[in-house]
Design a protein around this ligand. Sequence first.
Ligand code: SF4
Length: 371
Amino acid sequence: MKPILPESLNAVIYNPADSDNMIVSGFLKIKGPLFFTYNNEDEIAGIAVSLKMSGYESKRVVILKKYPGRLFQKCPGSRNMICCNYRLINTRFNCMYDCSYCFLNSYLNSYGITQFIEFESLRNEITQNLTDDNMIYRVGTGEFTDSLLMDGITGISGFLMKIFSGRRNVLLELKTKSDEINHLLSIKYRTNTVLAWSLNTERNYLKYESGCASIKSRINAASKAASSGFYLAFHFDPIIVYPGALEEYLELVDFLFSIIDPSVILWISMGVLRYSQGFKDIVLDRYSGSDLFSGELFPGADGKYRYLKRDRILFYKKMVEKIRSYALKPFIYLCMESSDVWKSVFDLDISTSDELENIFSIHLKREFFSK
Ligand code: SF4
């Protein structure tokens, strides 16, 4: 299935005082959507309510505004779980794709895709926060949205690539489920940009993320990016289990390495489906008849539901074994797992997120950036 095009937006809400802003002017050039203006932000809610009442779908409405909070932050992680201390840049809230497992579904009252429009202050924030020259920090934009969604219009990735370029202690990760990378291929500031794709089995793609680019298109886009000199990363996340799933995930790894040169992959993560209490009801209400939760999931130390620990460990170990049969250099890590799972899968004693961040950084320096 083709990804949803930004041109299929129904409405854009903006402040005319921002018309010269790079991102706002990019949206104003799109043909198709209706444009609504506000003069102060209190008016946005009223416009949104009237669009909602008129039947405009939330994911077809873009709200352009300045971000009132912190643009840059450390990933909050999950209680009692090991986090990789990823740094997040808040570029946008919400997504045009419609993955049924996406935690954004929990934000029931949010309407529209809120696109933030000003990022100049990031230059200082990055300098002030990423101070250790011996580290390699990882920073990404794909936490509350897809990094490359509407990126040809906003130009945000290109802007970030430029402000990150030349910084030797940081890598910018652009994480996506799209295949739209052509606009990035001519940007020369790419030495510390990592293009990353989330991958899933064909069955899970068709059931839970069919609005995104197909798995084959994502991997082909990754191959194209690698040929243009970008580093790559991949995320098997969320792993969703069903009868025969392990074999299909292992085949997916085979397929990935039949196309991608392993020497340009900096990291690969794995994480199983996880969700907080209440999320299941929201998803079943929205995607009626979904079998997303058909496996056995139980609450863990952070209160989130996951598959049984022994099953997760078995799954991860088989995946690591398969990945390692092709690629020794990428750093392989688990997303939001406990230290005992880390021990069982990798025979590594990691008890804090700082420890993981450190060994991650050391690995990257040793394998990729030793010169
Ligand atoms: S692409 Fe990512 S952010 Fe967008 S709906 Fe899917 S999981 Fe959520």
